[in-house]
Ligand binder design. Sequence first.
Ligand code: NAP
Length: 250
Amino acid sequence: MTNLRNKVAIVTGAASGIGREVALKYAEAGAQVVVSDIDEAGGNDTVVLIKKAGGEAIFVQADVSSAADNERLVNETLITYGALHIACNNAGIGGPQGPVGEYPIDGWDKVIGINLSGVFYGMRYQIPAMLKSGGGAVVNIASILGQAGTPGSSAYVAAKHGVVGLTKSAALEYSAQGIRVNSVGPGYIKTPLLTKNLTDDVIQSLVALHPIGRLGEASEVAELVFWLSSDNASFVTGAYYAVDGGYLAQ
Ligand code: NAP
């Protein structure tokens, strides 16, 4: 397996779902992992899982929609592990459902604050730390809805399209300085984000949208994130990679 020994990684939204699987994967490959989330109990559970598997991790509670929390997250990473090489900006929410003409203003602000500004604030503090650490790799979690629209989720769709564009700009700015920046677009994945918020009937209707005939697993997204974070992806930057069971090929 590709080795992340001597690498320090931050994963946001790592108390649950995709973020937890990414954190476990990084740690399994030997990285020192900073597990971050607003959910303290879930974040600590991820750290326990990593340690039980023989890995190294700490938990730092942070709200990605706060610039100050992102700055503190990077500072605590540097204090504990002395460097930063990898960041997976993954924390995100679904947000309210409704047409644009009726969409709740506070819901719009919250989704943009977490799903888009959260990624910017993350990179705003991660990139200077990576430059001082000799380079690195950022993977931002977008969505199939970073490439295509869907009715009822305008804030989510706008935020995820924004993440794809932000990723390209950051990649162009830092590729010559040894930092690669890519985005990943999962199809619908079986995580609490879906299962907490949607009925079984709606989940079954989502299955039908994927030519592969099922929803994805968080571990399948983590495989792609892991590869993009590793030196095996050394010529890959500014790209959007789908992991979507064929959703966007239609
Ligand atoms: P998840 O299981 O709900 O995990 C997301 C984690 O982020 C949760 O622990 C959540 O805490 C945390 N979080 C929420 N707001 C936060 C904030 N302001 N600051 C820090 N952490 C926060 O969701 P997931 O499905 O793994 O989603 C991870 C990412 O994948 C998101 O960006 C999502 O948009 C993207 N994605 C998911 C799917 C899918 O179908 N699941 C598809 C495409 C893209 P709480 O539980 O306390 O809210």
